[in-house]
Design a protein around this ligand. Sequence first.
Ligand code: GDP
Ligand code: ADP
Ligand code: 5GP
Length: 214
Amino acid sequence: MKNEGTQPMETPGNLFVVAAPSGAGKSSLVKALLELDSHLQVSVSHTTRAPRGQEQNGREYWFIRPDEFQSMIDRGDFFEWAEVHGNRYGTSREGIEARLMAGEDVVLEIDYQGALQIKQMFVHAVLIFILPPSWAELEQRLRRRGEDHPDVIAQRLVNARVEVAQAQHFDYVIINGLFETALFDLKTVVHSQRLKYVAQRRVKSGVFAALDLL
Ligand code: GDP
Ligand code: ADP
Ligand code: 5GP
């Protein structure tokens, strides 16, 4: 939902926003990326969804009740929030603003509605959409993951059609066919962002100064 009154922000840290239909491999890719890249931190969202088998409060999500979620909305605690597959999910201000201002890179794993809201607030946010290689493979992955009820999987597959149609509004598209290839692509996007002039000037200020570029 739109966060009225928020001005677009420019921050020294890079903000990466990863969206995908459920089962495309977003969480697996981001987890693998974080293991390789110590300069990147993930923002843990709040959700009203019930935890899955192995999920832990504060690790995958902060699991909260609908009334608690509503209170956070009323207090203006969220940068963005959205209703996805019948539950509410939101990115809290706490954590990401301070990290970005401190020059750290942050990754958000959120749905397309949230991603588009974030782009309004952070003009330099890098939007990345993960596509599955086919509908059949997406369905297989959701079934193989075995974490959701068949009705929930069916709903997610229906919603996936709407979500995939939003990929055109993103900066980058990564097809998660072969996992290692998709991970390489994701690393490349992050790396390219860090090679942008303003990012290099900030990180390599000594070199820039020596070259009289500051
Ligand atoms: P997954 O799709 O299998 O990863 O299932 P989840 O239940 O973890 O996520 C459901 C949807 O909510 C996905 O589209 C997520 O990207 C999205 N989501 C998770 N956290 C957030 C958030 O903080 N904000 C928004 N807008 N969407 C989120
Ligand atoms: P999302 O976070 O997008 O819902 P997950 O990361 O949970 O997706 O991945 C869904 C399932 O597909 C998981 O069981 C995961 O292990 C598997 N998976 C992810 N990427 C691949 C891939 N490239 N090839 C095969 N299986 C994959
Ligand atoms: P799941 O229930 O499978 O964990 O997630 C379902 C969807 O919710 C995924 O597309 C996920 O990216 C999205 N999602 C998770 N957290 C957030 C969030 O904070 N904001 C938004 N907008 N979507 C989220």
